[in-house]
Design a protein around this ligand. Structure first.
Ligand code: CP
Length: 293
C-alpha cells in the first residue's frame, strides 16, 4: 500500500465503501490512521469517538444493538472498546467485518501488524530477533498482541520486564510455551537492554487501576528509558513504544537515532512519499527529464 498514489486507480479502490469507527475509549493514532487510510483509498467514514457519551450508548444501548444498527450504514466496523472480548462479541452478531482496534486489556492486533512491520524495517529481520517487552504487560494489549504475532516467526527471544503487579498474563505465557517460543521474565532492565535488538516500552495504564490505585503507584516509574539506559542499549538496537507515552521514556531520548517510536507510529499509515516528479505528472505537467527523452 506504500505505492498507492493519489489520482491512480489504486487510490480509488474503496470508492463507494463506508467504514464506521466506533470508539468507546480515547485514541489518536488508531482512529485517525484508519480514517486517513480509508480516505486515501477513496472510501468514506462515519465515526463516533467517545461513544459512551456521544452515541446512544449513553441511553443504555448494548454493544450488540449498536453493531446491528451500524452495519446497516457501513461495510466495515473498526471498534475500540473498554472490555476484553468486546470485538469478538461484536463480530458474533455482525454481518460485516469487525476490526479490533483495541479491546480493553485484551488485544490490539492491528498495532501488532505495524509493530512487526517496524521491526522488519528498523532491524532488517523479524526471525531471530531478541525483544524486551517492558512496562504494563498485564494491561498492555499491544504487548500481548505483539507476543502473539511474534510467535509466528522463528527463533524469537522475548524478555518480559514488568513491575510485579502488572506481569505478563499466564494466557500469553502458556500460548508461547505451546508454540515453543523462548521467553523469560526479568527484573534487571539494564541487563536485558544490553542483550536485545528491540526494547519495546509501554505505558502503565492508569485507567485500568481505578479500583486499586495503590497498585498503580507500585507500578509507575519502575522502568524508565532514559539517556543512561540508552548508553547500555547496543548501537544497532531500537526503542519502540506504541504511544501515547507519559513518563516512561524521557524526552531527551527522542533525539537518539535509535528512538524508533515516531517512525513506528507513521508505519501505521505509511506517509505517501510523493516526489516532485510524481506531483508534476499528476497535474499533467511536463518534467524536464521526460521532455528530453
Ligand atoms: N497505539 C495506539 O493504539 O494509540 P492510540 O490509543 O492513540 O490509538
Amino acid at each position: 500500500m506504500e505505492k498507492v498514489r493519489p489520482g491512480t486507480d489504486a487510490a480509488r479502490q474503496l470508492d463507494g465503501y463506508v467504514m464506521s469507527t466506533l470508539f468507546y475509549e480515547p485514541s489518536t493514532r488508531t482512529r485517525l490512521s484508519f480514517e486517513a487510510a480509508m480516505a486515501k483509498l477513496g472510501g468514506s467514514v462515519v465515526s463516533t469517538e467517545n461513544a459512551r457519551e456521544f452515541s446512544s450508548v449513553a441511553k443504555g444501548e448494548t454493544l450488540e444493538d449498536t453493531i446491528r444498527t451500524v452495519e446497516g450504514y457501513s461495510d466495515v466496523v473498526v471498534l475500540r472498546h473498554y472490555l476484553a472480548g468486546s470485538a469478538k462479541a461484536a463480530a458474533s452478531v455482525a454481518a460485516i467485518p469487525v476490526l479490533n482496534a483495541g479491546d480493553g486489556p485484551g488485544q490490539h492486533p492491528t498495532q501488532a501488524l505495524l509493530d512487526v512491520y517496524t521491526i522488519l524495517r528498523e532491524v532488517g529481520k523479524v526471525n531471530d530477533v531478541r525483544i524486551a517487552l517492558v512496562g504494563d504487560l498485564a494491561n498492555g494489549r499491544t504487548a500481548r498482541s505483539l507476543a502473539y504475532l511474534l510467535s509466528m516467526y522463528s527463533n524469537v527471544k522475548m524478555y518480559f520486564v514488568a513491575p510485579d503487579v502488572v506481569r505478563m498474563g499466564e494466557d500469553i505465557k502458556e500460548f508461547l510455551d505451546s508454540k515453543g517460543v523462548d521467553w523469560e521474565e526479568a527484573s534487571d532492565l539494564k541487563a536485558v537492554a544490553a542483550e536485545v535488538d528491540v526494547l519495546y516500552q509501554t505505558r502503565i495504564q492508569k485507567e485500568r487501576f481505578q479500583d486499586r490505585p495503590e497498585d498503580y503507584e507500585k507500578a509507575r516509574g519502575k522502568f524508565i528509558v532514559d539517556s543512561k539506559l540508552m548508553d547500555i542499549l547496543p548501537r544497532k538496537s531500537v526503542v519502540m513504544h506504541p504511544l501515547p507515552r507519559v513518563d516512561e521514556i524521557t524526552p531527551e531520548v527522542d533525539a537518539d537515532p535509535r528512538a524508533a517510536y515516531f517512525r513506528q507510529t507513521r508505519n501505521g499509515l505509511k506517509r505517501l512519499q510523493v516526489t516532485a516528479q510524481q506531483t508534476a505528472l499528476f497535474f499533467g505537467q511536463v518534467w524536464p527529464e521526460q521532455s528530453s527523452s
